[in-house]
Design a protein around this ligand. Structure first.
Ligand code: HH2
Length: 266
């Protein structure tokens, strides 16, 4: 899943794709690079972000969703049910429901649903995140939401532990370590670590690395997630992640890109 933020203030790609033509061109580039899904968002959910008025979010995302959906599966990354609904009418078929607001919309529109865990709201979620047992609490919240989604008739549901959404560095690492457990629970898993600040804090030498310098750590966490069996990784760096994905063993254990003839002659 390639990330496409049509925003001025997203923490990594903010301002790069605010013009619709630029956003559409970048979306098509990610498709060429191998993205199976493009996740279009018009409101940053970074820590401290201010909410965006609904009309403005609609103005940002709808033309982009409409232009990309004939070429690739489009998901809509939003905290507003009306934006989710309008995006589905414009061609999106997956609702990336960050704030647990759009289950009913996804059901009504016949779309798939990503249920993501977030403690609090983006504005304040990093002020003082706390859990007794982060893995247990996040998994059980996701499980509840999957049951609700099934109850309203949604067939395609992904669970996402919400890396960075009301989580300290230790919480993020505990959740990443527990990915094989989440995969084993049976629902397809989506994970988004790309360029997030915890990467800068562990892969930096002395000072934390900024978003521009978090590529290697992002790829490393995507590889870990894919090796743990997750179904979707949400990334900014599609080309490199697709190349890495081809080297990861599939469920039967063989690297998907292996040609037996060539490996025999090596
Ligand atoms: N992370 C971000 C946004 N949407 N959706 C899911 N399902 N999982 C995630 O981890 C996730 C997400 C934050 O990243 P980004 O979109 O790059 O930044 P911003 O929120 O600043 O636009």
């Amino acid at each position: 899943m390639g990330v496409l933020n049509v925003t001025p203030d997203s923490f990594y790609d903010g301002g790069r794709y605010l013009a619709h033509e630029e956003a559409i061109a970048h979306g098509l580039e990610m498709v060429k690079d191998g993205a199976d899904i493009v996740d279009v968002g018009g409101e940053s959910s970074r820590p401290g972000a201010e909410p965006v008025p609904e009309q403005e979010e609609l103005r940002r995302v709808l033309p982009v969703v409409e232009a990309l959906s004939p070429h690739v599966r489009v998901s809509i990354d939003t905290m507003k049910p009306r934006v989710a609904e309008a995006a589905c009418r414009s061609g999106a078929s997956l609702v990336n429901d960050l704030a647990n607001t759009s289950t009913q919309v996804a059901a009504t529109m016949g779309a798939g649903l990503v249920v993501m865990h977030m403690q609090g709201t983006p504005k304040t979620m990093q002020d003082d995140p706390h859990y007794g047992d982060v893995v247990g609490e996040v998994f059980s919240e996701l499980d509840k939401r999957v049951k609700i989604a099934r109850h309203v008739g949604i067939k395609e549901v992904y669970v996402d532990p919400g890396i960075g959404f009301g989580k300290t560095l230790e919480h993020n690492l505990a959740l990443l370590r527990a990915l094989p457990e989440l995969v084993a629970a049976g629902e397809p898993v989506l994970v988004g670590t790309s360029r997030k600040s915890f990467i800068g804090r562990i892969s930096g030498s002395q000072d934390p690395l900024g978003p521009e310098d978090r590529f290697e750590g992002s790829l490393a966490t995507a590889v870990w997630a894919m090796a743990a069996g997750v179904s979707i990784v949400r990334v900014h760096d599609v080309k490199a992640t697709v190349a890495a994905a081809r080297l990861i063993g599939d469920r039967e254990g063989a690297p998907t890109g292996t040609d037996p003839q060539r490996s025999a002659s090596r």
